[in-house]
Ligand binder design. Structure first.
Ligand SMILES: *[C@@H]1O[C@H](CO)[C@@H](O)[C@H](O)[C@H]1NC(C)=O
Ligand SMILES: *[C@@H]1O[C@H](CO)[C@@H](O)[C@H](O)[C@H]1NC(C)=O
Ligand SMILES: *[C@@H]1O[C@H](CO)[C@@H](O)[C@H](O)[C@H]1NC(C)=O
Ligand SMILES: *[C@@H]1O[C@H](CO)[C@@H](O)[C@H](O)[C@H]1NC(C)=O
Length: 387
């Protein structure tokens, strides 16, 4: 694990189902930090505290890279959270929210920065103003004044990355916090203080492309009643996926019913599809579609189809009402598979996109998602060149 300067000994307490808990560890704030794969939605990945009296410059700057349109980046507060501020992205655009005395502020502006390139962000406080620069250009200036506040020069300032230290219900403009992004070259209030983290940090992949990456260790679950539904009986519900992967792409489960899309080994039995996958992979003796492949899964009233070929037909089933009432749709394996085991069936690969009824599905909206999955970025190099 040479990607991380481990300052304190890393004590692994336990690895239960979804998360690895590490006894408080100190890490440097100017290394490359992956703020995706957080253990829980609002808890920060890492945080630090400093005495305001030690601070010479209320300026923080860092480089930031993401394809994710929405999520939390950076949080700071004083007076034990009475005064706080949050930097996030919404629709790819920086947004600042501030809570001070009984004022709540939310401002967004500047360019879309979720293009997968590194961008420099700077935040600073100048008297009654908070200023955000993107790529050395001032993009947001937020001024505020209240008779009820005094400028605090004493006490503790706290910073957090990838989460908040106060209740998210205090936000004026709520957002989805999950953020698949990396930060590097961080300079935080001109302090060399180390950050504290309770979690094992994930490395950042040096070159990324847009997509959904499953490293083969877990899945994402949706309730189909939350997803777009059937429009006409003839067309049914379609799930279109393109990408490069092996293992189980998806499965469906409801009371007394289970269906798992054949894993690549199982696809051997389905000649037409295997032919197609082989064509895609450019190899005659492996069914692993490591080259881009497109698959359409169609749910009709009494049948399931892959690329217009029926794979299951049952007159006693009504898949439309099952979809509407709510089945579990799992991407990356079957829901009952042990989450931590590196199952053969677990999907490994990059899905460029998942469309359900033509609408792009954001994996951050899954009701359960393994933290190893990257919802918006994949390694840019083909998988077989990794490791
Ligand atoms: C802040 O200063 C106090 C007293 O000078 C000290 O006890 C405390 O450890 C300092 N806290 C931090 C976070 O540096
Ligand atoms: C940052 O800290 C260094 C030394 O720790 C100091 O020389 C420099 O002036 C500080 N910068 C600002 C903007 O306060
Ligand atoms: C997969 O979908 C993306 C997004 O629509 C598209 O840009 C890309 O060309 C598609 N790839 C294939 C192989 O169809
Ligand atoms: C899916 O959502 C529906 C409606 O909220 C609920 O009744 C159903 O129990 C859910 N299904 C599962 C498998 O969680």
């Amino acid at each position: 694990m040479d990607f991380m300067k481990k300052v304190a000994a890393l004590v692994l307490l336990c690895c239960f189902n979804w998360i690895c808990l590490v006894l408080s560890e100190k890490v440097s704030g100017n290394q490359v930090i992956n703020i995706a794969h957080r253990p829980s939605t609002w808890a920060p990945l890492m945080h630090l505290s400093a005495n305001l009296s030690d601070i010479t410059s209320i300026t923080s700057h860092f480089e930031f890279r993401t394809y994710d349109p929405e999520g939390i980046i950076f949080y700071g507060d004083t007076k034990d959270g009475q005064d706080w501020f949050v930097l996030s992205l919404r629709d790819g655009i920086p947004e600042v929210q501030i809570g001070k005395a009984n004022i709540l502020i939310s401002v967004m502006g500047g360019p879309k920065i979720n293009d997968g390139a590194w961008h420099k962000l700077e935040l600073r406080s100048e008297g009654k103003y908070v200023i955000v620069e993107v790529n050395n250009k001032v993009e947001l200036v937020v001024g505020m004044h209240s008779d009820q506040t005094e400028d605090v020069l004493l006490g503790v300032i706290r910073l957090a990355l990838g989460g908040m230290l106060v209740d998210q219900n205090r936000l004026l403009h709520p957002f989805k916090p999950e953020m698949d992004a990396c930060i590097r070259e961080g300079h935080w209030l001109n302090l060399s203080t180390l950050w504290e983290t309770n979690w094992e940090l994930s490395p950042c992949i040096s070159e990324i492309k847009k997509g959904i990456y499953f490293p083969g260790t877990g899945l994402a679950l949706f309730n189909t009643s939350d997803l777009p539904g059937m429009e006409t009986e003839e067309k049914g519900v379609t799930i279109e996926v393109n990408g490069s992967w092996h293992g189980t792409l998806l499965s469906l489960k409801s009371h007394g019913f289970k269906y798992m899309l054949p894993g690549t080994e199982g696809l051997e039995a389905n000649k037409d599809l295997t032919m197609e996958l082989k064509k895609g992979s450019g190899s005659s003796n492996t069914a692993l579609p490591l080259k881009p492949t497109k698959l359409t899964f169609t749910i009709l009233k009494h049948s399931l189809m892959i690329n217009n070929k029926p794979v299951l037909e049952n007159e006693n089933m009504d898949f439309f009402s099952m979809w509407k009432e709510g089945m579990i749709l799992a991407f990356g394996g079957a829901p009952e598979e042990n989450q931590e085991s590196k199952s053969l069936h677990h999907l490994h690969g990059c899905l460029e996109e998942i469309l359900i009824q033509g609408k792009e599905i954001n994996l951050d909206l899954a009701f359960l998602k393994h933290r190893s999955i990257s919802s918006h970025s994949c390694p840019a190099k083909p998988m077989n060149e990794l490791n």
